[in-house]
Write a protein that binds this ligand. Structure first.
Ligand SMILES: *Cc1c(COP(=O)(O)O)cnc(C)c1O
Length: 379
């Protein structure tokens, strides 16, 4: 096999979806004319309505980022004590708990879905457990039915971290319709973005009202401050970007699906490389393409592949490594072994993916992965 050429320019894990620059002038002009640039203006309110419709959820609030949204969700639900979550997630998930003086309790994950293992949740429930905070990792839905049963049995609240799951549905039901609240991150690296931003979807209106007060310093009215809130508002310019991008999201997800299929079709022929397939009944959003590398079969460790790819100007990411439970700040909180999560975190590698990526790039990345396997013994 001929050695593949390195890419001329770096290929990063993703590129933000942006509206054509020319499209921004007209909508920004409206904001300039209104002179309202933030504080729940027309753009923010419009986007909240459009997103609630698009995501098929009853109530939705926008925030300055997903982490603030998650922090506010914990407050709106009056959580304290302990919350059971997954160690295989982005730092923001347990941090949102810790910032509310809530103790994150880490539960092991399922090997296949890489999501929290419902079979291991109940042994972690104590008298201090207030809620569950599962994550739909890489947009793969959690076992929502099993989680719902556990929550009802122990009277626990459920907040889903749906940061990766924008646009995902299960049997026609929106991913944002499960639990008490679901958080979507609208950060530039996500499938759909407002540059920075976040959203909470709720089934109940009183939660939206409370969250809207909490994101605006606790103001219930001009002179009535109900409680110490924070500033978690999304501004008008970013909301306008969100309005423009909502028209592009369908094609973005479609294009990501195409790249994903190219990756899958080529990589399935390489021993030691595994990846997840689409799940029947689930509408996927192709937010990440993650491979799992079996060192025994492939000949290189995940870290070696990660370093090798850099030599070809390909910048993959080790999502999620290290586990949150291995962070210095959470190291002492581990109650049970997290052996599945530990093994998964040492195998995973996210490859470059976005809707505007050249299909030939995906093919070349696969060639590199195939080529370096053949040379494993020579490194
Ligand atoms: C991106 C992300 C967040 C945080 O969202 P921000 O909008 O960046 O604050 C939370 N959880 C997960 C799993 C994420 O990937």
């Amino acid at each position: 096999m001929l050695q593949p050429k390195p890419f001329k320019a770096p290929v990063y894990i993703t590129e933000p979806l942006l509206p054509p620059i020319g499209d921004t002038a007209a909508i920004f002009k409206k904001i300039w004319e209104s002179k309202q640039v933030t504080n729940n203006g027309i753009m923010c309110r419009t986007l909240e309505k459009k997103l609630a419709d698009f995501l098929k959820v009853k109530h939705l609030s926008l925030f300055s980022n997903g982490t603030a949204a998650l922090q506010i969700a914990c407050r709106a639900l009056n959580l304290g004590g302990e919350v059971i979550t997954t160690p295989f997630t982005f730092a923001a998930t347990p941090h949102a708990l810790a910032w509310n003086n809530i103790k994150p309790v880490f539960c092991d994950i399922e090997n296949e879905s890489m999501n929290i293992d419902p079979g291991k949740i109940e042994e972690l429930v104590t008298k201090d457990t207030a809620a569950l905070l599962p994550v739909h990792v890489f947009g793969t839905p959690c076992n929502v039915e099993a989680i719902d049963k556990i929550a009802r049995r122990h009277r626990l609240k459920v907040i889903y971290d749906a940061a990766h799951a924008f646009g995902v549905s299960i049997e026609g039901k929106s991913i944002g319709s499960f639990g008490d609240a679901s958080m979507f991150s609208l950060h530039a690296t996500k499938v759909y973005n407002t540059i920075e931003g976040g959203a909470l979807a709720f089934g109940k209106q009183d939660l939206k009202i409370r969250a809207d007060i909490l994101k605006n310093f606790g103001f219930r009215s001009e002179s009535d401050v109900q409680e110490p809130g924070i500033n978690g508002k999304l501004n008008e310019l970013q909301s306008a970007i969100g309005i423009l991008l909502l028209e592009k999201i369908g094609r973005e997800i479609e294009a990501r699906g195409k790249i994903t299929n190219i990756y899958r079709n080529i990589l399935k022929g390489i021993g030691g490389i595994k990846f997840n397939r689409d799940i029947p009944g689930v509408v996927h959003n192709y937010s990440y393409f993650v491979i799992r590398i079996n060192k025994g079969e492939y000949g290189l460790t995940r870290d070696e592949v990660y370093e090798e790819l850099k030599k070809y100007n390909v910048f993959s990411r080790r999502y999620f490594y290290p586990l949150c439970s291995n962070f210095k700040c959470y190291g002492s909180l581990q109650k049970r072994p997290l052996s599945v999560a530990q093994a998964v975190s040492e195998e995973v590698l996210a490859l470059p993916l976005h809707g505007r990526m050249d299909t030939a790039f995906a093919e070349r990345i696969c060639s590199i992965i195939s080529y370096i396997k053949g040379r494993a013994h020579k490194l």
